[in-house]
Design a protein around this ligand. Structure first.
Ligand code: DQA
Length: 152
């Protein structure tokens, strides 16, 4: 059976492409998801995409992931800096979790320098635009010990 990875996009990421393009780039969320799908095929992975602007919905989806997912790729967006509930959910499910950000959160306002999620994640990737997601998915493949088709 193929492994399923839960890809979570937090608040306002549904607006990618039109939202502050000088910070987040011009790539839409749909395009990011499509590029992740292509990468996932090389590793025979199934992806489930979940975007929500609501903290509780994200918490509930993480909690349910234990049943059917092998790992979580998450951009918690603004909740990165505020949500004890999302951090606790990630900590509770004990699935390998990689946190990603399009922008380099450490090069921005001071309130973005702290991630409440990062200490309970496997690691964090920040500042590579849409590529952060691909790097994050590759990190998950490595954590799960998966070999991509065509790689030696
Ligand atoms: C973000 C960075 C957050 O600080 C911000 O609130 C976002 C997007 C990023 O991907 O760069 O919404 O997570």
């Amino acid at each position: 059976m193929t492994k399923k990875i839960l890809v979570i996009h937090g608040p306002n990421l549904d607006l990618l492409g039109e939202r502050e393009p000088q910070v987040y780039g011009k790539v839409s969320l749909e395009q990011i998801n499509q590029s992740l799908e292509k990468l996932a095929q090389l590793y025979s992975l199934t992806l489930e995409f979940f975007q929500s602007n609501h903290e509780g919905e994200i918490v509930s989806r993480i909690g349910a992931a234990k049943k059917d997912c092998a790992a979580i790729l998450i951009n918690p967006a603004a909740y990165t800096h505020t949500s004890v509930a999302i951090r606790d959910a990630v900590s509770a499910v004990k699935l390998p979790t990689v946190e990603v950000h399009l922008s380099n959160i450490y090069a921005r306002e001071a309130f973005r320098h702290q991630s409440l999620v990062a200490p309970v994640a496997h690691g964090q990737i920040s500042g590579f635009g849409a590529m952060s997601y691909q790097l994050g998915l590759l990190a998950i493949c490595d954590i799960l010990g998966l070999q991509g088709k065509g790689s030696s």
